[in-house]
Design a protein around this ligand. Structure first.
Ligand SMILES: C[S@@+](CC[C@H](N)C(=O)[O-])C[C@H]1O[C@@H](n2cnc3c(N)ncnc32)[C@H](O)[C@@H]1O
Length: 286
């Protein structure tokens, strides 16, 4: 067939099955960890379908416009952009959160902090989520424990703006503030007895480990959301130094930081994540 001069060739309508296979090949060649899963998520999203449609209706055609969206998504993933940033959303507990490069993508292991806090916060208690990022922990708590008064803060104005957007979109009442001086804010709030429990997934990666992390992290996620000094504990230390004695604190940390974090707290207890690694410690500020 003759094509009009200057016109772009229309991509052929391909079956979902073929689109996924082509995407999977490209992602495997790029070194992605889970090429099949990522290919399915990106193609299904481009087609506006649930991922289950790839199994139930694999011969279904992918319209040219959807194929173009899928190709662009695959191109971004080949450059190792995380799937959550490409799709613009991430599931956390019962919520779908908008995510973008303003804040860290919430990790499944951080759901443990929600479990611990939901279990330990007193009825109608006041909980403050420090370093809230996109708001994941604070919003999940507000959703699961509607009796609590949940507030949140972040040193990053960009992250706080994203958390506010998520709170508004989900209709959850969480007041989010920007707190460049975290220790002062915590000290003041706890002094005024405004907070019963402080929950925090602060940065805990060691400086020296940053360059060894996956390109998905080092190329796309905010470094300030992850790195905290030589031993990775600078942010946690600063928080605890400012938190009045006796305040209940729940902290996420790396599996090999459990002993160090326990030593900073009174009556500390560490709980494992789903992989059985020490991941979150709760105790009272000394
Ligand atoms: C590891 S991310 C976690 C984000 C979110 N809590 C989650 O679980 O997805 C740490 C967050 O703490 C914030 N942060 C880092 N240092 C901080 C500080 N000194 N005071 C307040 N927030 C801080 C970062 O901007 C980032 O959003």
């Amino acid at each position: 067939m003759t094509q009009a001069p200057g016109a772009e060739p229309a991509p052929a309508v391909s079956a979902l099955r073929d689109a996924v296979a082509a995407a999977e090949d490209a992602l495997r060649a790029a070194g992605c960890d889970s090429p099949r899963l990522d290919a399915e998520l990106l193609v299904a999203d481009a087609a506006g379908l649930d991922r289950s449609a790839l199994v139930t209706d694999p011969e279904r055609g992918l319209a040219p416009s959807a194929a173009r969206v899928a190709m662009e998504s695959v191109r971004r993933r080949v450059a190792r952009e995380p799937v959550a940033y490409i799709l613009g959303r991430r599931g956390f507990r019962r919520l779908w959160l908008t995510v973008d490069r303003r804040a860290l993508i919430p990790r499944p292991e951080s759901e443990l902090l929600v479990e611990i806090t939901a279990e330990l916060a007193p009825g109608r208690g006041r909980v403050h989520d420090v370093g809230t990022g996109c708001g994941a922990i604070a919003l999940a708590l507000a959703d699961e424990r509607p009796d609590l008064v949940v507030t949140a803060s972040d040193a990053s104005a960009d992250a706080a703006a994203l958390a506010r957007d998520n709170a508004a979109a989900l209709g959850l009442a969480v007041d989010v503030t920007v707190e460049p001086d975290l220790p002062r804010r915590i000290a003041e709030a706890a002094d005024r007895e405004e907070v019963d429990l402080v929950v925090a997934n602060l940065p805990y990666v060691r400086e020296a480990d940053w360059s060894r992390l996956a390109p998905e992290i080092t190329r796309y996620e905010p470094r300030a959301a992850l790195v905290a000094g030589a031993d990775g504990l600078d942010a946690i230390r600063a928080l605890l130094a400012a938190t009045p004695r006796g305040t209940l604190v729940a902290l996420e940390h790396a599996p090999d930081q459990g002993a160090a974090v326990r030593a900073m707290l009174e009556g500390a207890e560490t709980r494992p994540d789903l992989a059985g690694r020490e991941r979150a410690t709760v105790g009272r500020a000394r």
